[in-house]
Design a protein around this ligand. Structure first.
Ligand code: GN1
Ligand code: MG
Length: 370
């Protein structure tokens, strides 16, 4: 972290209801959008950690509405979890600003929030065992169940059309057309592959628009590293990253679990021969997800689970590839060509899931009716 940001964090932290003095702060997590810091405070000799997070205002155009969503979701979760053992570790806790609001606006106009740090947990970028996949999927299923009776108005759309794969595809095609950085020629192979799969962009969206798949409150960023796992017990304790929790489709949430938890390799793996969707992880996800969501999911939603991973890998591939062509304006990159690496790996993952289509369908059928 640069010194400027360290100084900023000290004055920023002082705007929240955090006691004590900041002794240490470091970048935290592997998100591509917001800036996240773990900050340790000395509170009369005891060290307590917090998370300070700067919301990316380029990606989230209405951060105050976003914070309104997050506050509502977390206060509902706190009410529903009260009384459970370890309740305070099962949902994030926002630390209010000194003025009582759930955020602080810095002098650049950026919106910051602070959470209590959930200790003795970790996350996985690559799932190691089916038990982890099952636990994580159960946690996301429970999260959907928890939100099924969220009181009040429909949540704000923090990013409109976030998983509207047709509009995502059109945006991708427009980027390729404009080719502002003259990068398209060097990735013709991937662009052609995307166009060959264009019809997939419409399938689930068309069913939803025809009313066959219902809208629910969903998480919309169910990357497997968005679940905090208890280090001691392995339990999936807490779902994080609620910026896109809003109206959505259950199969989309499941699809992003498949995209991230079944992959044997990293999201940006350069050696695509390592990229593969692991059927034992897929089966564990189905088990875990249905154990929590099986009671409320409609048969039509369950029918989409087998295809959902392929769809989300495709969506993610065209988002990464579009951003590469556009000049890397959306995702944080760590080296030149990073978004291209990510896109190539996601295309390989899509193909791996597609090859196992029949097996995945059979797994879903077995658990949905068995
Ligand atoms: C972004 O910041 P992070 O890693 O939680 C993105 C997700 C993508 C993901 C791909 C708001 O999430 O939609 O699936 O990268 N979030 C936003 O790794 O665009
Ligand atoms: Mg996110």
């Amino acid at each position: 972290m640069n010194d400027g940001r360290a100084r900023d964090l000290r004055s920023l932290g002082a705007c929240f209801q955090v006691h004590g003095t900041l002794v240490e702060a470091a970048p935290h997590g592997s998100g591509h959008i917001n800036e996240t810091y773990a900050a340790t405070y000395d509170q009369a000799g005891t060290r307590v950690r917090y998370v300070h997070q700067r919301i990316n205002g380029h990606v989230f155009r209405e951060p105050l509405r976003l914070m309104d969503n997050v506050s509502r979701v977390l206060s509902h979760a706190a009410t529903r979890l009260a009384g459970l053992p370890d309740a305070s570790r099962r949902a994030l806790t926002l630390v209010p600003a000194r003025d009582g609001r759930p955020y602080v606006i810095d002098d650049e106009g950026a919106v910051w929030r602070t959470y209590l740090f959930i200790e003795h947990t970790r996350t996985y970028d690559i799932v190691e065992t089916p038990a982890q996949a099952e636990a994580a999927a159960r946690a996301f299923g429970q999260f959907q169940a928890l939100l099924a009776d969220l009181p009040g108005d429909r949540l704000h759309d923090t990013i409109p059309d976030f998983h509207h794969t047709r509009r995502r595809f059109d945006a991708f095609a427009a980027a390729v057309d404009a080719d502002p950085c003259n990068r398209a020629h060097a990735c013709r192979d991937l662009i052609a592959l995307a166009f060959a799969h264009e019809a997939d962009a419409d399938r689930l969206i068309a069913a939803a628009e025809a009313g066959a798949v219902p809208e629910r409150v969903t998480h919309n960023d169910t990357k497997i590293n968005n679940v905090m796992m208890d280090v001691a017990t392995g339990e999936a304790l807490c779902v994080v990253d609620l910026d896109t929790t809003m109206a959505g489709l259950a199969p989309i949430d499941f699809g992003d679990m498949v995209r991230t938890a079944t992959n044997a390799a990293a999201e940006d793996e350069r050696d695509v021969s390592k990229v593969a969707s692991r059927p034992e992880m897929f089966e564990a996800l189905v088990r875990g997800y249905l154990s929590a969501a099986g009671t409320f999911l409609q048969p039509a939603e369950i029918d989409w689970l087998a295809f959902s991973g392929q769809l989300l890998a495709f969506e993610q591939a065209i988002r990464f590839l579009g951003d590469h062509v556009q000049g890397d304006t959306y995702y944080r990159i760590h080296h030149p060509g990073h978004n291209l690496d990510r896109a190539r790996a996601q295309m390989a993952l899509m193909a791996s899931i597609e090859r196992q289509r029949d097996a995945y369908q059979a797994i879903v059928r077995k658990h949905a009716h068995g």
